[in-house]
Write a protein that binds this ligand. Structure first.
Ligand code: ADP
Ligand code: MG
Length: 754
C-alpha cells in the first residue's frame, strides 16, 4: 500500500499547527485537487492556493502587521508575542490583531474629586491649573510640578524628565483641564505622577471613558498596541453575516464587526467580559469555525476509506483463552463498539477513555488481533520507550500463543534487527508492531496498515498522530487515553470523535489508601518501608525532575537513591530519563522480577507502567506535581489483589493550590472527578499538554466560560453541512470567510470552488 495515502485529519484540533508540518502536502491529495501546488512546497511554506481562494474582501486583514503605522521591525516582534494566534512560522497579520482582546478596563468615569480620591485609585479629575514649577536649572532629578485645584482641594501633577514646552501648552495656567491617572498621597498631599491623559476641559469629550487594558509584553506600550489594533479594526470590512439572524436575536449577539468594536472600544466593563454578549459572539464564531472545519475534514476522511475489517475469530479466540482473567463488562462493551467500527466501511475514529488501571491495553490487543484476522497489520504507538517495551512484554506472550507475529520498533532498535523489522513491516511478515514515534520515520513502510492504536495520546503532538495514520491507507484509528478528558475538550480537540469508556476497574481491585506526610517525618516513612520490604512488598518512590537552574534545592532521584541505598542495599533500584535505554530496561526488569523491592524513579514511569504487585507509591515533593500527574502516578499501584497505599510527601509551607490538590487526592480515586478539579485548578491547557495557550487551539474562546456554546456550535456545524456540504450557499460563502478569519482556512481547500 502506498505510504503516502491520505491521512487522518479529523483528530486535529488546531489547523494552524499542522499546516506547517511536513505532511501538510497530503491535504492537497486528500482534497483530490492539484491547485495550490501544495505538493511542490517545502514543509514550511504556506501554499499559494490558500491566498488564491481567499475572498478578496478579506485582503486588508491579511497584510503583515509591519505595514501598519507605528509598527516597525522593533515593535512587530513584540506585538507577535501578544497575538493569540499560533503563528507557526508565518508573520503576524493585521487580522491577528483583532483577536488580541483586553483582559480588563480602566474606568475613567470615576470622578470623586481631589479630596475624595483614594490612594492608588484610577481617577479622572477636572481641575484648574494654578502654576507651573519647573525643576531648578541643571537639576533634572527634581520633577516638574504643575499645581492645580478643584472645589475639594489642591493637587500636584508630577513629571520626571519633562518637556516644559509640551506641559505649558497642554496645561496653560488658569485653564480648566481634565487629567486622568493613578492617585498617590504623599505625607497627606495628593499627587498624580505622569497622568495617563491630559486634555483641556473644552476638548475632554475625546477622552476614552472606559479604556481597554491589553496583555502586554516587556517593551511594548499600551499606546502602541492600541494604535495598531485600532488600525486593524479600521481595516475590517463589512462582512456578510454567517450566523442566522434568528439565532443572533435570541442570544442578543451583535454582528461580528460590532462585537469586535465593542470589545476594543468598551463603554462599560461588561463589554470586555468573557461573559458579555460581544465576547460570547466571537467565541461562538470561533467554535463554529473549528467545528465546521473538523466536520469538513471528517467527512472527507470517512468518505475516503471504506474497507470493512471483519475477523473470523481465529486469533481473538486464542487470545481470550490465554488471558488469565475475564474481561470486565466495560471492556466487552468497548470491544463491541470497536468491532462494529472495524466491520463498518466507514473509517473508525474512536477514543478509548479509561482511568488508569482500567485495562485498555488488552482491549487494544483484541482489536488489533481482529484487524490482523481481516488480513491487515496493526500498530500500537506508545509515548515512551519504557512503555513501548512494557506493552511488548505484556502483549508478546499472549500474541505468541495466538500465533500473531509481533515486533517492536523504537529509536533503540539498530542494525540487523531493525532492518529485519522494517522488512517485515513492508512485506507483511509482521502482524503487529509496538513502538514509539520511531514508527513515523520515513524509512518505515507498511505492507497494509489497517489499524493504528495510539496510547496515552495527550503526550503526542498533533503532527505525530497524523504521521502514523499517513502510513496506511486511511487506517482505522483508536486513540487511548488515561487522562479523562472532559467532553468539551474532546470536542475542541477531536471534533466529533466517537468515545468508548471503560467505567469499571477489573474485579478484585482494592482501594488505595492515600496519606499526606511532611518531609520532616521521612524517618517514620523509612521505618515503615523496612517493614513493607521485609513483608515482600514493592515500593515506587518518585522524585520530581530537577532543573539545574532551580533555586530551591530539591532532592533528585539520584540523591534520594544515594541516601536510601545504605539502608536498603541491593533491594533498591533507580530509573530516570537520562539513563541509557538498556539500563532503564534492566532497572524495570529487576523491579518487576522482585530482585529490587524499591524503585526510585522520576516521572518516566508516570504513564502506563504496570507492575501489578507493587503496593506502595511514595511521591516526594508531591506539592510540585499537578493533579493529573499525581493521579497517573498513583495509578501505578492498586493493580493487584493486595491493598495498596500512596504516600504524598510534601515540603512545608504548602501553597493554597497545592493544599487543595493534595486533599483532592486524599478524598477521591475517581479519575473523572480529579480531571474536573484539575481543570478548575490549572485551566484546561495543561490537560491536553499545550500549556502555552489559554484554551488550546483557540484565540478568543475560553472553555471555562464558553463550554455551553461549544455543543451548540457542534450541532450547528452538523446542520449547516447537512444542508450545504460544499458551503455553496450564500451563508456558506459567509462561512468560508469565517474559516479564514479564524485561521481554519485549510478546510476550505477541501471544498469545491464556490
Ligand atoms: P491501563 O488502562 O491503565 O492502560 P492496563 O491495560 O495497563 O491499564 O491494565 C492494568 C492491569 O490490569 C494489567 O496488569 C492488566 O493485565 C490487568 N487487567 C486488564 N484487564 C483486566 C481484567 N478484566 N481483569 C483483571 N485484570 C485485568
Ligand atoms: Mg496503559
Amino acid at each position: 500500500m502506498a505510504a503516502s495515502a491520505p491521512c487522518l485529519f479529523s483528530v486535529v484540533g488546531d489547523w494552524r499547527k499542522w499546516k506547517h508540518s511536513p505532511i501538510f502536502p497530503l491535504v492537497g491529495e486528500m482534497s483530490g485537487r492539484t491547485e495550490g501546488g501544495a505538493k511542490e512546497l517545502g514543509p514550511n511554506k504556506v501554499p499559494v492556493g490558500a491566498a488564491q481562494m481567499r475572498p478578496s474582501l478579506l485582503d486588508p486583514l491579511f497584510v503583515p502587521i509591519t505595514s501598519l503605522a507605528g509598527v516597525g521591525p522593533k515593535v512587530g516582534p513584540l506585538i507577535e508575542k501578544v497575538v493569540p494566534a499560533d503563528l507557526g512560522d508565518r508573520a503576524a497579520r493585521a487580522g491577528d490583531l483583532l483577536f488580541v482582546l483586553p483582559h480588563s478596563v480602566i474606568d475613567r468615569r470615576n470622578r470623586p474629586g481631589i479630596a475624595g480620591s483614594a490612594e492608588g485609585a484610577i481617577v479622572t479629575l477636572e481641575v484648574r491649573i494654578d502654576r507651573h514649577q519647573p525643576p531648578p536649572r541643571g537639576n533634572r532629578s527634581v520633577p516638574y510640578r504643575v499645581y492645580a485645584h478643584d472645589d475639594t482641594g489642591e493637587i500636584a501633577l508630577t513629571f520626571f524628565h519633562a518637556h516644559a514646552a509640551y506641559l505649558e501648552k497642554a496645561m496653560p495656567e488658569g485653564e480648566r483641564v481634565v487629567v486622568s491617572g493613578r492617585m498617590e498621597w504623599f505625607n497627606g498631599r495628593p499627587t498624580m505622577v505622569h497622568p495617563d491623559h491630559i486634555a483641556l476641559a473644552s476638548e475632554a469629550e475625546n477622552l476614552p471613558l472606559v479604556e481597554p487594558v491589553y496583555p502586554l509584553t516587556a517593551g511594548l506600550s499600551g499606546k502602541v498596541l492600541r494604535r495598531a489594533i485600532g488600525q486593524a479594526l479600521a481595516r475590517l470590512p463589512v462582512l456578510p453575516e454567517w450566523q442566522e439572524d434568528e439565532f443572533l436575536r435570541r442570544r442578543t449577539f451583535p454582528a461580528f464587526g460590532d462585537a469586535l468594536a465593542r470589545i476594543h472600544n468598551p463603554a462599560d466593563p461588561i463589554d470586555v467580559s468573557v461573559d458579555g454578549a460581544a465576547w460570547r459572539r466571537l467565541a461562538y464564531d470561533e467554535f463554529l469555525a473549528g467545528q465546521v472545519s473538523l466536520a469538513l475534514v471528517r467527512a472527507r476522511v470517512r468518505r475516503l476509506s471504506g474497507r470493512p475489517l471483519v475477523g473470523d475469530g481465529r486469533f481473538v479466540e486464542k487470545l481470550r483463552a490465554a488471558l488469565p482473567y475475564l474481561l470486565t463488562n466495560s471492556q466487552e462493551m468497548a470491544l463491541a463498539e470497536i468491532n462494529a467500527d472495524l466491520g463498518d466501511p466507514e473509517r473508525m475514529l474512536r477514543l478509548l477513555q479509561g482511568d488508569v488501571g482500567s485495562g485498555k491495553t488488552v482491549v487494544a490487543l483484541l482489536a488489533m488481533a481482529r484487524a490482523v484476522e481481516a488480513g491487515g497489520q496493526a500498530a500500537l504507538m506508545a509515548p515512551t520507550e519504557i512503555l513501548a517495551r512494557q506493552h511488548l512484554a505484556t502483549i508478546a506472550p499472549l500474541a505468541e500463543q495466538a500465533g500473531l507475529r509481533i515486533a517492536i520498533l523504537t529509536g533503540r532498535e539498530k542494525g540487523r534487527e531493525r532492518t529485519e523489522t522494517l522488512a517485515g513491516l513492508a512485506k507483511g511478515g509482521i502482524d503487529i508492531v509496538v513502538g514509539t514515534h520511531a514508527l513515523f520515520q520515513q524509512t518505515v513502510t507498511f505492507h497494509d496498515l489497517v489499524l493504528a492504536v495510539i496510547d496515552e495520546q495527550h503526550r503526542f503532538g498533533v503532527h505525530q498522530r497524523l504521521a502514523i495514520t499517513a502510513k496506511g491507507d486511511a487506517p482505522d484509528m483508536l486513540v487511548m487515553t488515561a487522562t479523562p478528558i472532559p467532553r468539551t475538550l474532546v470536542l475542541t480537540a477531536f471534533g466529533d470523535m466517537d468515545v468508548s469508556k471503560l467505567t469499571e476497574k477489573p474485579a478484585g481491585r482494592q482501594p488505595i489508601r492515600t496519606v499526606t506526610l511532611p518531609l520532616e517525618r521521612l524517618d517514620e516513612l523509612v521505618g515503615r518501608m523496612r517493614d513493607a520490604v521485609a513483608d515482600g512488598q514493592k515500593i515506587y518512590w518518585i522524585c520530581p525532575l530537577v532543573e539545574e537552574s532551580e533555586e530551591i534545592k530539591l532532592m533528585s532521584a539520584e540523591d534520594r537513591f544515594a541516601s536510601l541505598k545504605p539502608l536498603f542495599g541491593d533491594r533498591i533500584g533507580l530509573v530516570h530519563g537520562r539513563m541509557k535505554g538498556t539500563e532503564k530496561d534492566e532497572a524495570m526488569r529487576a523491579f518487576k522480577a522482585g530482585e529490587t523491592r524499591i524503585l526510585i524513579a522520576t516521572t518516566v514511569i508516570e504513564v502506563g507502567v504496570d507492575v501489578p504487585d507493587a503496593t506502595i507509591m511514595v511521591i516526594e515533593h508531591a506539592e510540585r506535581f499537578g493533579l493529573a500527574q499525581l493521579h497517573q502516578l498513583r495509578g501505578r499501584v492498586g493493580r493487584g489483589e493486595k491493598p495498596s497505599s500512596c504516600v504524598l510527601l510534601y515540603k512545608n509551607p504548602l501553597g493554597e493550590t497545592a493544599t487543595r490538590r493534595l486533599s483532592v487526592m486524599r478524598e477521591t480515586e475517581d479519575g473523572f472527578r480529579i480531571a474536573e478539579e484539575d481543570l478548575k485548578l490549572r485551566g484546561e491547557g495543561e490537560l491536553l499538554g499545550t500549556r502555552q495557550s489559554g484554551t488550546p487551539g483557540f484565540q478568543v474562546a475560553r472553555i471555562e466560560a464558553h463550554a455551553d456554546l461549544l455543543e451548540a456550535a457542534r450541532d450547528d456545524a452538523r446542520l449547516i453541512l447537512s444542508r450545504d456540504p460544499e458551503l455553496q450557499s450564500e451563508r456558506g460563502a459567509a462561512l468560508r470567510m469565517l474559516l479564514y478569519l479564524f485561521g481554519r482556512d485549510e478546510a476550505v481547500r477541501l471544498l469545491r470552488a464556490g
